[in-house]
Design a protein around this ligand. Sequence first.
Ligand SMILES: *[C@@H]1O[C@H](CO)[C@@H](O)[C@H](O)[C@H]1NC(C)=O
Ligand SMILES: *[C@@H]1O[C@H](CO)[C@@H](O)[C@H](O)[C@H]1NC(C)=O
Ligand SMILES: *[C@@H]1O[C@H](CO)[C@@H](O)[C@H](O)[C@H]1NC(C)=O
Length: 422
Amino acid sequence: MAGSAVLLISLLSAVAPLPSEALNVRGHLLKSKTFRSPPILLGPGSVSNKYHHDVDFPRGHLAVKSFDAEVVDENGVPVPLHETYLHHWVAEPYYALKNSQSPDTQNLPKGMLKRNDGVCKTTLGQYFGLGSETRHTATWVPDPYGIEIGNEDKAPEGYEEKWLLNIHAIDTRGVVDKPSCTECKCDFYNVTIDEYGRTISKNYTGGLFCCYDQTQCRVKEGFNGEVRKLFLQYTVTWLDWTDAVVPVKIYIFDVTDTAMLDGTPEHSCKVEYQVEECSAENRANNECIHTKTARAALPRGGDIVFSVAHQHSGGVGASLHGQDGRLLCESLPTYGTGKEAGNEANYIVGMSTCYPKPGSIKVSDGEVLTIVSNYSSDRQHTGVMGLVYILVAEPQQPTPAPSLCFSFPVPWCLPAWMSSNM
Ligand SMILES: *[C@@H]1O[C@H](CO)[C@@H](O)[C@H](O)[C@H]1NC(C)=O
Ligand SMILES: *[C@@H]1O[C@H](CO)[C@@H](O)[C@H](O)[C@H]1NC(C)=O
Ligand SMILES: *[C@@H]1O[C@H](CO)[C@@H](O)[C@H](O)[C@H]1NC(C)=O
């Protein structure tokens, strides 16, 4: 049973290109465990978008090295995207109040999200998250880096760290038009009022407001399909935390964040946007590419050690650039070519990632980065996304050089500044 298997793999067997990397991980055990989300119930055309609190996750003070996921059925068989479209999943730690029943804690919040390091203020606070590309997108955090979780010293008094999982899946078996359902076109869902009872503006033709939990996309007349019980199956690998692991910060940039271009102080990460079909003139010139750009300042600099973009079907690539225009990462989609899970035609089944040579891609405190997201505008696309996720290792405080000490003829030590030059 995969859910209970704990694999212990010695990192020593991994080929480390640098001696310092081998040193940093020497003797540490890479652990891995596979979990399943609570069940996702889906009938033809239906949508599930649920938030699951306190999901299974490795406990303790750890360095997370990867988080890989996919949708499976009750028998653990992978479900293809043309049956169940995985719109997105996100995993985020939060602080939960320990004694929520106690009278002393009545006025305290029951939970607080432990957001990533930025830069969006209200949305996109996750530590991990992907969509249809999840089966073939690397999430491995290279050595000697790790994402620190479960440090009790950092939890607010009276709170403990738990994990939240949001899974948005759309069952497209038997629907009238799969792309319209996966792009959440309001007409196909017959939705005019959003989840919170607000009237949806006429010019909003599609996106998350129209495919919330329990909405229903139009199904072909006479189509019958049973309700299925599915799961997000996710595998986490980690190391126990030690000083040899270099912590990384997580930043997510959103191409819809126009705050800097508009000159407004607050970030506004709208998450989704719309791509209009190209004009006849552009089409005649073979110029049906829609390019969207945004700028945002990186709060703290360091070395970029990993980077990946997230796009929806129609995406043709996204990139991140430094203030001087240099390319920090380009992430390109792979489209499937067949029917089987992991290779579904017309869907993005993977995004390429960037693993810069350690120390080769530096960004500075406050540097203004540019995010570029390209989509094909051969046809209109609604509810698309252009995110860039990066991991940044901040410059390490040099550890004070150990002083060289002697016990003869009397106990004495060389001052650190001298021994550090030896
Ligand atoms: C769409 O919604 C309207 C009003 O809510 C309802 O009268 C109509 O029957 C619905 N159409 C379909 C196809 O479900
Ligand atoms: C729709 O119109 C409103 C008001 O004119 C505008 O603020 C909004 O950006 C428009 N939305 C889209 C998706 O074009
Ligand atoms: C995005 O499109 C622009 C303009 O067509 C092009 O210069 C750039 O290389 C493209 N970038 C990616 C990542 O596809």
